[in-house]
Write a protein that binds this ligand. Structure first.
Ligand code: GDP
Ligand code: IMO
Ligand code: MG
Length: 431
């Protein structure tokens, strides 16, 4: 009986999960997404090709490997259809190696409308949602009113769809939303609905399965399964900076409910962190830099959202948040990405604790959003060196190794690999 290994983000998303999953895929038989949906944007680069995945797991470019969209994921059929088409343009035929859980929930056009309307109604308190309908669709799942992928094969699907859409429009009316004024991908609700309905045909061509049986049978057969997280631990619905979070369980616990595997079936938990920190959307970010350094990180790191194109907020690495994420996830191995972005920095800083009302703490406070947090920073000498020539982990510049050791020391977790460029080939694994 094998176990499910997990790879997930330890910050506020965009840590480089897509790239690392792609790199690790040769070691696995099955790659499975367990939560999130089209709010994710996972970038892969190889042979000069750059590709962004949203709902489809990042193992898809390895034709001989199976990919699974688990029950915990949300699928927006029109976005899924676009993703499938984009892969076909690159000669990848995903119907061959992608299975989809019948229990995954659907995002309807009216979920997207409600997402946009809810955000607009929040005014200055906006979460900065990706507007893909995530919050409203998970709301329906929990309220037991959602529609699942398996339903698209049923004779009464249209009826279910119309009923749920009607409920959404009633809610919109009650809240006095001006439904006519909202656009989804530049289209009105009715126009988008046509595209959405047509896209169901694409979804119907995939193998729709009970993924919990599939994954557990794989484990029984000794197959190696990798669960790919979306978003990041600090965006988790329970432990993130609520309400500035996403609506799913982004941590290891989410693997159990999002794939149907027992906690005892979890193996290694690989957590990814950037060598600095970013956040897109609103909410607390104690180490955020508003100065030229923050700007440089954004520019050199190309920190623009893979899903929305929004500029990401940038700052120094945040150890209290990282330690919290390691604790919640039971991280066994760390992976650090993007130190190369800071190659020219004279010094690199690390937040080791928070000072709140003159008191120092290493914990994330309940009042994370309300209190003023002063990060206590420790400076490290910059490595001032390109990392392209490093052949292995130990040949990285000593200043960078010192910085990485400090991360290990303060999180209590060993670093297993460092990524030094967007390309698949540039990951230095530690022996
Ligand atoms: P994900 O959501 O966690 O998969 O991450 P994203 O794809 O949204 O954002 C990560 C960005 O950083 C992408 O543009 C990647 O191509 C890029 N990237 C990943 N690893 C590295 C790295 O080690 N160095 C640099 N410079 N870029 C990287
Ligand atoms: P990946 O998988 C970064 C953020 C949004 C917003 C909040 C809620 O690429 O790391 P939602 O659309 O989920 O209701 O938005 O969460 N967010 C992400 N930020 N990376 C992501 O995914 C994100 N998915 C959602 O910006 O602040
Ligand atoms: Mg991303």
């Amino acid at each position: 009986m094998s176990k499910v290994d997990v790879l997930l983000g330890l910050q506020w998303g965009d840590e480089g999960k897509g790239k690392i999953v792609d790199v690790l895929t040769p070691d696995y038989d099955v790659i499975a997404r367990f939560q999130g949906g089209p709010n994710a944007g996972h970038t892969l680069e190889f042979n000069g090709i750059k590709h962004v995945l949203h709902i489809i797991p990042s193992g898809i470019f390895h034709k001989e490997k199976l990919n699974v969209i688990g029950n915990g994921v949300l699928i927006e059929p029109a976005i899924f259809n676009e993703e499938v088409e984009a892969l076909r343009q690159k000669n990848v035929e995903p119907t061959e190696n992608l299975y989809i859980s019948k229990k995954a929930h659907l995002i309807l056009p009216s979920h997207r409308l409600l997402d946009a309307a809810n955000e607009q109604a929040k005014g200055n308190a906006k979460i900065g949602s990706t507007l893909k309908g995530i919050g409203p669709a998970y709301t329906d799942k929990i309220a037991r009113t959602g529609i699942r992928v398996g339903d698209i094969m049923e004779f009464d699907f249209r009826e279910k769809y119309q009923l749920l859409k009607f409920q959404h429009l009633q809610i919109a009316k009650m809240l006095k939303y001006d439904v006519e004024s909202f656009r989804i991908g530049g289209l009105s609700l009715d126009e988008y609905e046509v595209r959405w309905m047509e896209s169901l045909e694409t979804l119907r061509k995939f193998k729709l399965i009970n993924s919990e049986y599939f994954i557990n049978n794989c484990l029984k057969e000794g197959k190696r399964v990798l669960a790919e997280g979306a978003q990041g631990s600090m965006l988790d619905i329970d432990f993130g900076s609520y309400p500035f979070v996403t609506s799913s369980s982004t941590i290891t616990a989410g693997v159990c409910s999002g794939l149907g595997v027992a906690p005892s079936s979890i193996g290694r938990v690989m957590g990814i962190t950037k060598a600095y920190c970013t956040r897109v959307g609103a909410g607390p970010f104690p180490t955020e830099l508003f100065d030229a350094t923050g700007h440089t990180l954004c520019e050199l790191g190309h920190e623009f959202g893979a899903t929305t194109g929004r500029a990401r907020r940038c700052g120094w690495i945040d150890i209290p948040a990282l330690r919290y994420a390691c604790m919640l996830n039971g991280v066994t191995d760390l992976i650090v990405t993007k130190p190369d972005v800071m190659n020219d920095f004279d010094e690199v800083k690390m937040c080791v604790s928070y000072v709140i009302n003159d008191k120092e703490t290493e914990e994330i406070p309940f009042e994370f959003n309300e209190v003023e947090i002063r990060p206590k920073l420790v400076a490290f000498e910059g490595w001032k060196h390109s990392l392209g020539s490093a052949k292995n982990y130990d040949s990285l510049p000593p200043q960078l190794l010192a910085y990485l050791s400090a991360i290990e020391l303060r999180t209590g977790v060993r670093i297993m690999a460092v990524s030094v460029s967007p390309d698949r080939k540039d990951v230095l694994f530690r022996s």
